[in-house]
Design a protein around this ligand. Structure first.
Ligand code: KIV
Length: 293
């Protein structure tokens, strides 16, 4: 029988999840769980459920703010939502997603903006998109003492360059470049790597070749962990659902029903009922009525 204590424990006795936890989980072959959150109640529910890590993703732009792409969301907006998530979280590792143009212009800006996620929003780490072209930024942020998650494959901030939200690494040449980028990001100091929408066997090979844990989204079961956009998982985002999503609930339909029931109750005067109503004593009421005469 194994004497190794699993890193995962019941949520009530959970310790803070750190970069060390990530490494240990990979070493022990335990799957790392990650989901996105953008607000306090969702973060709280996830943390209580025992999620390892919460990503305040720039998918915020699309699934919460209603933009067509992730490009418009700003540092200020990301920090605003990251603060709410951090107020709802006790144990999960918190990762702030660096928005478009917060790290591409210069290495100095990248370090400063990464620092803001930790200093002003209670995040434990940051994530940024891109391969070899981001190695200098990753190195500088890590040198500042900030843990970094890399992101390869379908990198939504490059949607216009990629010609749409499409799977990556499907040719031998593209696969080779992705594998090289994974090694470069590991060497630059990333403690983990998101692999989005790439062939499962390529993701598995990358996961085996690098020592840092890979977190897959549309990258198959061979990754060291999995992440989903929570609004996809809950069925809250109606516009489209990527093929790789498993939908665990249909909250859009649930919300719709709750709202139509409410409208119906108010219009038919079933709400508010007595139990939803505040009252005062007869004595106080009579005194008040008398004083008004
Ligand atoms: O912004 C996001 O939600 C992400 C995930 C898709 C990994 O980057």
């Amino acid at each position: 029988m194994s004497t190794v204590t699993p890193v995962s424990t019941t949520p009530s006795q959970r310790k803070k999840v750190t970069t060390l936890t990530f490494r240990q989980k990979k070493e022990r072959g335990e799957a790392i769980t990650m989901l996105t959150a953008y607000d306090y109640p969702t973060a709280m529910a996830m943390d209580k459920a025992g999620i390892d890590s919460i990503l305040v993703g720039d998918s915020l732009a699309m699934v919460v703010l209603g933009y067509e792409t992730t490009l418009p969301v700003t540092m200020e907006e990301m920090l605003h939502h990251a603060r709410a998530v951090s107020r709802g979280t006790k144990s999960a590792m918190l990762i702030g997603d660096m928005p478009f143009m917060s790290y591409q212009v210069s290495v100095e800006e990248a370090v400063r903006n990464a620092g803001r996620f930790l200093q002003q929003a209670g995040m434990d780490a940051v994530k940024l998109e891109g391969g070899r072209e981001r190695a200098d930024a990753v190195r500088a942020i890590v040198n500042a003492g900030i843990p970094v998650v890399g992101h390869l494959g379908l990198t939504p901030q490059s949607v216009h360059q990629l010609g749409g939200f499409r799977a990556q690494g499907k040719t031998a040449l593209a696969a080779k470049r992705l594998l090289e980028d994974a090694h470069i990001l590991e060497e630059a100091g990333c403690f983990s790597l998101v692999l989005e929408s790439i062939p499962a066997r390529l993701a598995e090979m990358i996961s085996k070749q690098i020592s840092i844990p890979t977190i897959g989204i549309g990258a198959g079961a061979g990754c060291d962990g999995q992440v989903l956009v929570t609004h996809d998982l809950l069925g809250l985002f109606e516009r489209f659902t990527p093929k790789f999503v498993k939908q665990y609930a249909n909250f859009h339909a649930e919300m719709n029903k709750a709202f139509t029931d409410y409208i119906d109750d108010v219009e038919s005067k079933r709400f508010p009922a007595v139990e939803h109503t505040v009252e005062m004593t007869d004595d106080e009421w009579n005194e008040f009525v008398k004083s008004e005469k």
